[in-house]
Structures are given as structure tokens and as C-alpha cells.
Design a protein around this ligand. Sequence first.
Ligand SMILES: NC(=O)c1ccc[n+]([C@@H]2O[C@H](COP(=O)([O-])OP(=O)(O)OC[C@H]3O[C@@H](n4cnc5c(N)ncnc54)[C@H](OP(=O)(O)O)[C@@H]3O)[C@@H](O)[C@H]2O)c1
Length: 275
Amino acid sequence: MPPTPRPEATPRPEARPGRTRPAGRPVARPVVLVTGASSGIGEAVADRFAADGRWRLLLGGRDEERLATVAGRTGGGALRADLAERAGVERLAAEALEREGRVDTLVAAAGIGWAGPFTRMPADAVDRLITLNVTSVVHLVRLLLPQMAERGVGRVVMIGSMAGRVGVRNEAVYAATKGALLAFADSLRYELAGTRVGVSVVLPGAVDTPFFTRRGVPYHRRHPRPVSPERVADVVWDAVVRGRDDVFVPSWLGMPARLHGAVPGFFRAMAKRFG
Ligand SMILES: NC(=O)c1ccc[n+]([C@@H]2O[C@H](COP(=O)([O-])OP(=O)(O)OC[C@H]3O[C@@H](n4cnc5c(N)ncnc54)[C@H](OP(=O)(O)O)[C@@H]3O)[C@@H](O)[C@H]2O)c1
């Protein structure tokens, strides 16, 4: 078996549990804050980092019971917050920093969907999607990135979507929110060049979670077939420990994404016909 990579986002000695500083003081394990940890991808990410064994976990979500279950199982600290409100985002960031003194890795997994023709999309649904999927992520990064930049090390992982890379019929605003994360990430990377603070966007196709039930419209496509949230969580963990930027799940989705970039007219013609 290949050796397990160390968390890329933290200074080397600190990534090893049980080690002590020369002075004999116990060394803190790196801290990962996962939003959306009460369900689906975020919950699986929490399990994956707990299984790694080298992290202190902070878990964001709204549902008290589900969050407590995940916290109990992973040994993480539950931080309830409604990220649809700016005050909730600010409280989550402040409580995370207060509780652990630092956040080395942020995994922004909280998000919602909406499906249907754009011309029939209610104004409130537009606002909800943009507020949670984009505004709350940008604010959380705004609040947590400075302490990473100050230490010169850290990683932000955003859960994007294939929809944000190529667009999807009847998911115009959802796709736009995920596309915004890609542009946000790319722009941040320029600003963070030369530091050891990195930004990853994980781009799943369909994932087998309560996401579709919650949005009220089931997943109906034949391709891509839904993958498990655990598979996405493995990719998130890998992106953190190896310092990867944009990663598709499953990885073959990178091919249509590249096709879309190279020959968008051809891609759209194919998508209209088969999508
Ligand atoms: N499932 C897919 O096919 C798929 C594909 C591509 C990308 N994604 C993205 O993956 C991310 C996670 O989705 P999922 O599939 O894991 O869906 P999910 O099972 O429905 O989980 C969504 C999570 O977001 C949290 N959340 C929702 N509204 C919130 C709010 N106002 N404040 C704080 N937290 C809130 C939920 O917390 P509570 O339950 O506690 O409210 C829950 O933990 C989303 O960003 C989604 O867009 C999903």
C-alpha cells in the first residue's frame, strides 16, 4: 500500500498526531471545518477526515439531531448555523476560530438546488440559491482566508458541480451559482500565488444524496450515473492532502468539460440532442 499522504495544508510535523514539539508541548492536529456536514457530501467528508485520524473536525449544519449524530460518530464539534443569513456565516466563522484557534482547511459543502424552467423560477428561489451557494461561501472564505494567509498555509475546498462547468437545461441559476465558484477560485489562486494557501473546486456530476428530494425534482438522467457521497469525499480528502485544484467526480467528466471549452458550439449541439 502506498503511504498515506500528509495533509498538504499544514506544516509537516504538526500533521502527525501524537508528536510533541521540542519543548515537550503536545502538538495540535490541523483543523478542518466542513459546512453541510449534517447530510450527503458534507457528512461523508466529515467521516473521511475522521477516518484519516489526523484532523480536528468542526462541523457546520442546521439540523441539530443529524449534526449531533455526525459529531458523535466523528468526534467533531457541532456548530449550528443558518448560512442563508450573513449573521449565521459570521457566527460560524467566529465560533470555529474561537473553539480551535485556527481553521487550516475549509470544505464548503452546504448548498441547495432548484430545477425547472428559468422563466417559471420564483424570485425567492433565485435569491435563496445565490445566497447559500455563492454569497455564503464567499463570505466564509472572506472570514477564514486571512488567518490562513497570515500563517502562509491552508486550503479552501468548494463543492462545485459539473453543471457550473458546462451548464444544464432547467438548472440555469443553480449552474450559474456553481460557475461563480469556479471563477472565484481561479481569481483567488492568482492572489495566493507564492503562498502555500490553495483553493480546490470539486466538481461532481450527480451524487446519491437527499439533494434531489430536497429540491423537489428527482434526478432523471441516464448519464452521468449518480456516484456515492463517499466517493466524492475521497476526492475532497485527496484534493486537500495532495493540493489539487479542480477535480471532477467521476474523473471522466473532465473530458466533456474540456470538449465544452475547446468546441462549445459542437458541445451544445450534442447536449441539445442527447442531454
Ligand atoms: N447531490 C448532487 O448530485 C450534487 C452534485 C453536484 C454538486 N452538489 C453540491 O454538493 C453540495 C452538498 O450537497 P448534497 O448532495 O450533500 O446535498 P444534501 O444532502 O441536501 O446536503 C446539503 C447540506 O447543506 C446544508 N444546508 C442547506 N441549507 C443550509 C443553510 N441555509 N444553512 C446551513 N446549511 C445548509 C444542509 O444542512 P441541514 O440539513 O442541516 O439543513 C446539508 O448539510 C451542494 O453544494 C450541492 O450543490 C451536489
